[in-house]
Design a protein around this ligand. Structure first.
Ligand code: 0RA
Length: 669
């Protein structure tokens, strides 16, 4: 938060002409993915985040307390805040209003000006103008200086002047936009839960801001499970609303993440500094085995981590190790402590604000600023030192947990060595269930992970045995979220995956990142093929979570895919159409029946096992005809995060979530 003096200065300098002009918007419409990541579901939701980020900036600057997000009936979104309102005066250089400049010029947030301290920011930091460019209609309404101003735009161009449409005693900005369907061809339908998750996260990361989300769409599809176990749409009309407000910030974020976990220590440990690099961290240990660290830079989730994460890990280990040694708590322990041992059962959220962040990595979500490492490391160690000194009982409990983790790790290593010993030497020692392909060029070869032996059998019959290998997995593979490391490697299914792929377990490097040796990877496409139903999605989710946690490099290299079996077969006589969506089904029925559904049959595929080997080949496996969905780091992280947040014992909401998100991945392959 800026001090009062600075605030006044900022206000003075914040005249309309301090807004710099950089770029036009045609570029955004030409290559939208460059600016918002993609033009699928992610990009669509990104538009909302981009506007909300500007409101958060207003709040961070001390001018705004409330943000209101509404999904309107036609999937327009209305974002209202009670900040200062975008300036409406004339922009000297541009000869038009500052409002129009902010809305039509890329990077003209007024925030490029070094004087305005920008801490928040969209993933790409492109601002509201980008949202404007990608909307077929955007209405900006500004409450400021006693008046209500309004201007309308379409596809980034003004379609009206700035008009005064009323009087107002308050101040604020209301942006209402409708995503342009010619850009967002896949979908323009907003998902409440997706928005809710991000807004909840923002409220924890920026305590004290009240964010309200309301869904005003009629006929929100609500399902219920009838006695026969079938799920039916009730067509019930519901308006959903949530208010996200966090008084204590990250401390409450941790409680949310760890709901359902047994705490190891009563209260989260917090790290707070307001030096050059503001640092906000909360951490808690639970009795489980998972390590979950979510890191943020300027409110952006840094999926690939970076220097802040590295600093945190260093500071945490250093403090705990010092304490344990100083207090002679390791006397009976014979083995050695590895960095990971300090993080078993750890849940932590790291949030730093960096003035000029350098983002690296494939998804540009890895912090590169080297000065951040030592700042975070020192702050973490200092806060931990103090906590441990002041809480000797809890300190002892944590150290005991670390020693246990180290002991289990030794056992895990043994199990791992078993896996490695069985690793492939020219095809020998492959799992018995693997139906391998004959070609040995990894670039050409594909491994299908198939749920169940019967579907596995069909796949073996239907495949191209030159380049396609099949590994059937029995039932639900071990839920690695819940398992300790050594147990994960005891699982036959898990071992089979390692052996078939020809890889060994990932190892942590000096900077705390896990990497695996892919030089002997046997297939460059690993395709998860499960039924197109709830259980199938659940299994796909479990397998994905496993890859995310243990074989991240596979996802990072783009080697992991989901197969997409069809949902329907529409038939009339000899004519057949496979359909993947309800819309396709309806169109096919129409087409084959020439307007009537007489003689047209619709077969709903429930599982892969219902298809013949030929059908499976034609629809799902044939490289020339199938649609594969490549798993990206972002959607794997989304799946993991949401999945992992829902991993408590509360099964029903989890099922509903999985059902809802069965098709979270974007079609990009
Ligand atoms: C440019 C300059 C100022 C504020 C904003 C933009 C602004 C943008 C958005 C977008 C959504 N809500 C917003 N609130 C503010 C500075 C305002 C001033 O100097 O009075």
């Amino acid at each position: 938060m800026i001090e009062n003096e600075e605030m006044k200065m900022a206000e003075e300098q914040y005249s309309a002409n301090s807004i710099q002009v950089l770029e036009g918007l045609e570029a955004v419409r030409k290559r939208p993915s460059m600016y918002i990541g993609d033009i699928g579901e992610r990009g669509l939701h990104h538009l909302v985040y981009e506007v909300v980020d500007n409101c958060i900036d207003e709040a961070m600057a001390g001018y705004c307390t409330d943000i209101d997000v509404k999904i309107l009936e036609d999937n327009s979104v209305r974002v209202q805040d009670n900040g200062r309102g975008i300036p409406t005066g004339m922009h000297e250089k541009e000869h038009r209003s500052a409002l129009e400049v902010v809305l039509t010029v890329l990077h003209a947030g007024g925030k490029f000006d070094k004087n305005s301290y920008k801490v928040s920011g969209g993933l790409h930091g492109v601002g509201v103008s980008c949202v404007n460019a990608l909307s077929d209609l955007l209405v900006a309404e500004i409450h400021r200086e006693g008046k209500v101003f309004q201007q309308k735009y379409s596809k980034g161009k003004p379609i009206s002047r700035v008009e005064v449409i009323g009087e107002s005693n308050d101040s604020g900005t209301i942006i209402t936009f409708h995503p342009d369907p010619t850009i967002f061809q896949l979908t323009t339908v907003y998902k409440y839960d997706t928005l809710a998750n991000r807004l909840r996260e923002l409220s924890y990361l920026n305590k004290g801001i009240r964010i309200t989300l309301t869904d005003l769409r009629e006929k929100v599809e609500e399902f219920e499970t009838a006695e026969d176990g079938e799920r039916h749409a009730t067509g019930r009309q519901v308006h959903r609303q949530d208010v996200f407000y966090s008084e204590k910030g990250l401390r409450e974020f941790i409680d949310y993440l760890d709901a359902g976990e047994a705490k190891l220590i009563p209260d989260a440990v917090c790290v707070n500094t307001d030096k050059i690099i503001p640092i906000d961290i909360a951490l808690q240990y639970n009795t489980g085995f998972r390590e979950r660290i979510y890191s943020y830079v300027n409110n952006i989730n840094t999926i690939e981590g970076g220097t802040h994460l590295q600093g945190f890990k260093m500071g945490l280990s250093r403090s705990l190790k010092n304490y344990a040694e100083k207090n002679n708590l390791l006397a009976k322990f014979k083995g050695d402590l590895s960095p990971e041992d300090f993080r078993e059962g750890l849940t932590a959220v790291i949030s730093v604000k960096v003035a000029e962040p350098q983002f690296e990595g494939q998804t540009k979500t890895k912090l590169g600023n080297s000065e951040v490492t030592s700042a975070v490391s020192q702050a973490t160690a200092a806060a931990m030192d103090q906590y441990l000194e002041e809480h000797p009982k809890e300190a002892k409990t944590i150290v005991e947990k670390i020693v246990l983790a180290a002991t289990a790790r030794a056992a895990a290593r043994k199990a791992r060595e078993m896996v490695q010993r069985k690793s492939p030497m020219g095809g020998a020692g492959m799992p018995g269930k693997l139906a391998d392909c004959s070609d040995h060029d990894p670039e050409k070869c594909e491994l299908f992970l198939v749920e169940g032996d019967s579907a596995g059998g069909t796949a073996k019959q239907g495949r191209d045995r030159r380049i396609q290998a099949i590994l059937p997995l029995r039932g639900k593979i071990l839920n690695v979220e819940k398992a300790a490391q050594d147990r994960a490697f005891e699982s036959q299914e898990v071992r089979n995956i390692y052996t078939a792929l020809g890889v060994t377990v990932a190892q942590e490097d000096e900077s705390g990142e896990k990497h695996m040796d892919l030089s002997r990877l046997r297939y460059h496409k690993v395709i998860i093929m499960t039924d197109a139903d709830v259980d199938g999605s659940h299994i796909a989710c479990l397998i994905l979570t496993f890859f995310f946690r243990y074989m991240f490099d596979l996802i990072k290299n783009g080697y992991v895919y989901l197969a997409t079996p069809p949902l329907y077969l529409v038939k009339k006589g000899k004519e057949e159409r496979y359909c993947w969506t309800d819309a396709q089904r309806d169109a096919a029925t129409e087409e084959l029946g020439h307007g009537s559904d007489k003689g047209v049959t619709v077969q709903r595929y429930k599982g892969l096992g219902e298809m013949s080997d030929e059908q499976l080949w034609e629809t799902t496996m044939d490289p020339a005809r199938r649609v594969l969905r490549q798993i990206t780091i972002e959607n794997a992280a989304d799946a993991e995060r949401t999945f992992s947040m829902l991993m408590g014992d509360d099964v029903p909401p989890r099922r509903a979530f999985i059902e809802e998100n069965a098709h979270y991945a974007n079609i990009d392959a």
